[in-house]
Design a protein around this ligand. Sequence first.
Ligand code: MIC
Ligand code: SF4
Length: 644
Amino acid sequence: MAYTVAQKIIKAHLVKGEMITGLEIAIKIDQTLTQDSTGTMAYLQFEAMGINKVQTKKSVAYIDHNILQTGPENADDHLYIQTVAKKHGIYFSKPGNGICHQVHLERFGVPGGTLLGSDSHTPTGGGIGMIAIGAGGLDVAVAMGGGEYYITMPKIVKVELLGKLSPWVSAKDIILELLRRLTVKGGVNRIFEYAGEGIKTLSVPERATITNMGAELGATTSIFPSDEITYEFLSAQNRETDFVELKADAGAVYDETIQIDLCTIQPLAACPHSPDKVVLVSSLKDIKVDQVLIGSCTNSSYVDMMKVSKILKGKNIPEEVSLSIAPGSKQVLSMLSKNGGLSDMIDAGARILESACGPCIGMGQAPSTDAVSLRTFNRNFKGRSGTVSANVYIVSPEVAVASALTGYITDPREIGIAIKVDMPEKFTINDNLIISPAEDGTDIEIKRGPNIKPFPKAEKLKENVGGKVLTKLQDNITTDDIMPSNAKLLPFRSNIPYLAEFCLTPCDENFPAVAKENGGGIIIAGTNYGQGSSREHAALAPLYLGIKAVIAKSFARIHKANLINNAIIPLVFENTHDYEDIDVMDELIIEDAAEQIKRDVVIVRNITKGVKYKTLPEVTQREKEMLIYGGLINLMKNKKKDGE
Ligand code: MIC
Ligand code: SF4
């Protein structure tokens, strides 16, 4: 039988189920990654499992999100993660070492392997030929403990790249083109597998820019084959022994095919406030720019940074523009500092930021009121920058730097002859910010700061589940809406009672108060509910507020899994018109809930209006059990008790 690259890796890691599209499968996870804003919770859950040492081939804990230390909370959480990592067999990447996805690609990713990360952009690893998937912290904790990871076998989409990009057009424009065509929900339950002669023109970091932003399509993951370009990258990282060749078999069958002729792509931009509002950069040319930010896990590689520094060399940023640059890792920063690239940036007037997520998650650099901000990042959801009135555009490094120089959104083809940067033959390797775990962690004491509060526990499903409709939301609600994360809130990622006070407030200011007054209830939403990040806080905060079910037109993958892990029932309207019928404060009830969930159709009765709605749980057998037993932790406890 002929297999695609993704199928080959899945097959080699298949623990349960069959590789049939739409059916549940379980795969063995080789590597895990966590970052600090989801990591604290993941390690608390790992500790609760009582396993001494991680069972993976490699697990790495990164510190890159909660970097501003304006009080003790973040530093306390970092110390917790550092000590937990040392004790339980996990590598620890210290603050300053860089953004998890960039560093993982450089130092740890292995073609042909599986990677599960508590961050939605984990698919960055697909650039090196891994099946790399983002998940909630609890799923990552289970994988660290040696447990399998469950997904619905996705459709495999072949993305055939033809030809070669024109000068000034870059990898970012390829993924923006896909977002333009498919939208933020176009990738749900799909793996995008890149193929065609065009892939040979893309280096590993460029491939990673594309797989990284596959997350914005809602995809399960994205992947490139592992070829001579992958070998060159690994060899430049002194990791040639990690190389294995991986290509699709002749005659491999894909569920869908998309063709992109690279020669026809032009510089693109995603307009406020969604990564799929993509237009030609040239159509935005009179828009004045206040802020330009270059970096993030999407575009902070050595080559990206060198392009930027070469364009900036000998020039000056105009007085009205603020340009900040965050190289993605210590490796990149160190190489820029040695070859003079960094001084070219500084001399042009750029502010150099720490190698971390920084402004991408609102950790500083919030733009001024009503500002236009151009970013090489991957998400431009309203308010994510820290300034609700800001207009954020997502662009390539080339567009960002050209615009920073002119002060207006600029098609870089207008500023002269394109510069070329080659991949280095050897990267500078210095892993002194990566701390190895202890051989024997028995005597390591875990340091827990006062910021760590117990997390809410889900309960066994009651016979009748009901409550008032607390809020009614539109399409494409993001996890940034459900659980806002900015510099003020991120330090409280291990304090759910505090965070719950802000749950859904960007959409409905009174939501936490109304939820409390009514002793919890039900959320009604449109399509693609919970798109964006992997943060399980977007399920834990609603759990704390007593949310029993979310009834939506459709759900985003990771958020739906997080709801189920925490026993909040996700239900999909069979008839989307029923959405219109429901009003806030209607009293809904699901009678005989467990039996209904088992039968795959759940009738929701609207007591206030005296009508019934047919909804579909769209869950697997295992997920049904989770909902009935009260979430993943309770299910695991029960299975242990039963000796399974
Ligand atoms: C994001 O880009 O939204 C984040 C912050 O990296 C999140 C993780 C988090 O909320 O901590 C993600 O992408 O999963
Ligand atoms: Fe960090 Fe932004 Fe990447 Fe999320 S998207 S991991 S916040 S750089």
